[in-house]
Design a protein around this ligand. Sequence first.
Ligand code: MEV
Length: 332
Amino acid sequence: MKAHKKEMVTAQAPGKLMLLGEHAVVYGRNCIVTAVDAPVRASVSPSDEFYFDARDLGFSQAVDVRESDFPKQVAFAAFAVKNFCERFSITAPVRIATESIVTAGRKVGLGSSASVTAATIVALSHFHSKNMSRQEMFELAFKTVLDVQKVGSGFDVAAAIYGGTLLYRRGEPAPLKCDKLGLVIGYTGIPASTVDIVRQVAESIRNQPDYYEGLFDEINRIVINGKKAIESENWQALGELMNQNQEILRKFRSPSESCGVSSEILESLIKAALDAGAYGAKLSGAGVGDCMISLAPEEKQESVADAITKAGGTVISCLANVPGARIMGEGN
Ligand code: MEV
């Protein structure tokens, strides 16, 4: 019987927001992450050479996937193709086109390299009829992210592949039941490099390992209580835990002595949100810039958003707790 050859497969993967536990999760503790509606798409189609198209990043070119040093615009997609082809001993070339659906998502740190990687692997798996489980796709995508950026806990890959809201410990995603999250997200206007900040924190840890171990254990305790708060829909308690988590992030000695991995702009957006009636507010991600999140009762969300805007932030409207990577379309 003749093989049924696919012409094009498109997959989409969501972005992520860290609710609790950043940094500690890099050192084996738990975190809570939610998948957000800042998706990235990857399309795979047959080609006579390995060709990569990332038009929103100005890249359109053939790439030799036997290499491991790829142009940075397509590094994650190219490494994903390399790892996938090696894993299944595939030599047939493909064309990969990637695009950020909400381009702003990527700029503000919600959409991520993990989403591109996840979408590429899910599309390849379907294109080549490999029937991989979510855990297998997660593991291959996590390996790919580490191959490119060397550091990271994989929390973003877990959110991109599994979606929803997860309790996550390195390599181990556990879905949480969570129907509504009254988040108001504020962008600082300052893009932050997660890899650089994670490296700076690692440097501080080398100087004071016991100090940081203590902070990470505290964060882990907050995360475990956060899981209970989410499961019992106790938003007041979850907000209080976000505040406690932020307090610990201020105690990091890197990169700025006064407020740890937080920063002046993050602090003023957090204060504005709390003053306007949020249950809790904290930075989300590596810190320094990118986004803060606040949790607010429904009737206060508008005034919290206004306060964040007045304090110099940009409110990002984005659904949380959205589904994980999935196939969007297929042509024969
Ligand atoms: C960055 O968004 C979150 C960190 O915990 C890094 C990671 O978990 O990979 C700082």
